[in-house]
Ligand binder design. Structure first.
Ligand code: SAM
Length: 449
């Protein structure tokens, strides 16, 4: 199935596929099979992996990926190459899809385990492709990319260097980015104008990142680097009240410029000056909830801590919000939640508070968590059980297309997902979801039959 390739074989393959390499498609084909093997080795691929390859071309990397027993989904924009590849790799674990990788619905990947994205990227869209696949929240466990050397250096740059900039920080915020090796022009047909390099992305542990609002982080970094030579105290005057105090807190000199701050200092700075919406506090609030008996009749009140420590039955609401095309909004719980941090959950959810009916708390939670109001229809009620954390849950559905405004200390992202993807995701990786959502989802499925 897989063969070693060299220059003349690559030329032959191009002739066979009827392809004259097109510059507008960034077509430079790798003809050094030893190098292809080395590149794929850096992704530590095993038979359990699901590999997405961007721009397989003549299959120099694809063959190596399949050889390791992984499932391969390869996205190729050039129809002539698609026909060639389908013939070359007719293999049960391989799918060659004819599409523009930028149009590929990456949400599909959330439903798969051990997702790795690999590509010798077409340079004309390399940065868009990177953002498309690795921007937060990303489903990938590893990314391995061949890029122009200059870009690879920017992505993996360290502070106080000319390569270090807003792009570096945007991508390094959620990933370790390693520059693995420079690749000479001579290993390609045709030879590109500049040298290339291989970079590897591995996601950071979200609990260690420590950013409270990543969208704000991106904005402030972009602003800070908009005039590289300018000192931040002059550039960020509108954002930072007391620069002297702020500089001290982030251990930076008063005269610091954007490129002098490390990733950690930028995170600290963003956290210090991020606008607070003042609506939500950390999870361990002092609120008291009604506690109830096995028939959901109120028998008293208790604090959040007491409720959870003693496994008291109590009440909650879960809202499933759909957009105009029937996709379901899911929220990713922030790393600071005391319960189920980092897991995906219903669009909005929360406890019924004292002196509140289910319907009232549903409307309140929707407004507090997503910043919207809409008609909510109850779909049914789940009994309190171990599966629901002893919550009686009334599940609602509603429609809204967003935009949504959510408290960054409680929710780190929200995203719409087609119902078919959620179904596959829940079946394949239930551990990605908060248990209350899984029960609410089952109720939704039962009601939509
Ligand atoms: N992986 C092959 C190799 O290493 O020899 C080919 C790499 S070549 C630099 C880039 C490949 O991406 C080409 O096959 C090109 O047709 C394909 N391509 C270009 N733009 C694309 C896009 N937007 N979506 C998917 N594939 C694309």
């Amino acid at each position: 199935m897989t063969r070693s390739v060299n220059l003349s074989q690559t030329r032959k393959a191009l002739a066979q596929a009827g392809v004259r390499p097109a510059k507008r498609l960034g077509q430079n084909f790798l003809h050094d099979q030893n190098l292809a093997r080395w590149i794929v080795q850096q992704a530590q691929i095993s038979a359990e992996d699901f590999v997405l390859e961007i721009g397989p071309g003549l299959g120099a990397l694809s063959g190596e990926i399949l050889r390791r027993g992984a499932r391969l989904l390869a996205l190729e924009k050039d129809a002539r190459l698609v026909d060639f590849l389908r013939e070359k790799f007719s293999h049960p674990k391989c799918e060659i899809r004819h599409c523009d990788a930028l149009d590929f619905d990456r949400r599909i990947l959330f439903a798969e385990r051990n997702v790795k994205v690999i590509g010798n990227l077409p340079y004309y869209v390399a940065s868009q492709l990177l953002f498309h696949f690795v921007d937060f929240p990303s489903p990938i466990s590893l990314g391995l990319f061949m890029l122009q050397d200059e870009m690879a250096r920017r992505l993996s740059a360290t502070p106080q260097t000319a390569d270090y900039g807003a792009l570096t920080l945007r991508l390094q915020l959620h990933h370790h980015v390693e520059y693995l090796r420079k690749i000479p022009r001579t290993v390609f047909v045709p030879q590109p104008e500049v040298a290339s390099a291989i970079v590897r992305f591995t996601p950071r542990d979200e609990r260690q990142i420590g950013i409270s609002d990543y969208k704000f982080f991106r904005e402030i970094v972009k602003h800070g680097f908009s005039q590289r030579r300018k000192q931040l105290r002059n550039l960020l005057t509108a954002d930072v009240g007391d620069w002297e105090d702020t500089a001290k807190k982030i251990c930076a000199p008063l005269t610091t410029r954007a490129e002098e701050l490390s990733r950690e200092q930028w995170i600290e700075l963003a956290n210090l000056i991020a606008p607070q919406d003042g609506k939500s506090g950390p999870d361990q609030g002092p609120e008291r909830f009604p506690i109830v008996d096995e028939n959901d009749q109120e028998i008293g009140t208790a604090t959040r801590q007491e409720v959870h420590e003693n496994n008291f039955r109590h009440r909650a609401v879960h809202m499933l919000i759909f957009n105009g095309t029937g996709e379901l909004l899911l929220q990713k719980r922030s790393p600071w939640k005391d319960r189920h941090p980092l897991l995906w959950d219903s669009s909005a959810a929360g406890h019924v508070e004292a002196n509140e009916q289910y319907d009232e708390s549903a409307a309140r939670e929707l407004e507090e968590e997503l910043g919207v109001t809409t008609r909510l229809r109850p779909m049914g009620k789940l009994p309190a059980s171990e599966k629901t954390g002893q919550e009686f849950i009334t599940v609602y559905r509603g429609e809204h297309d967003g935009p949504f405004r959510y408290p960054a200390d409680e929710i780190s992202a929200v995203e719409f997902f087609p119902v078919a993807i959620v179904e596959r995701w829940v079946a394949n990786k239930p551990e990605d979801f908060a248990p209350g959502f899984l029960e609410s989802w089952r109720l939704f499925k039962a009601k939509s039959r």
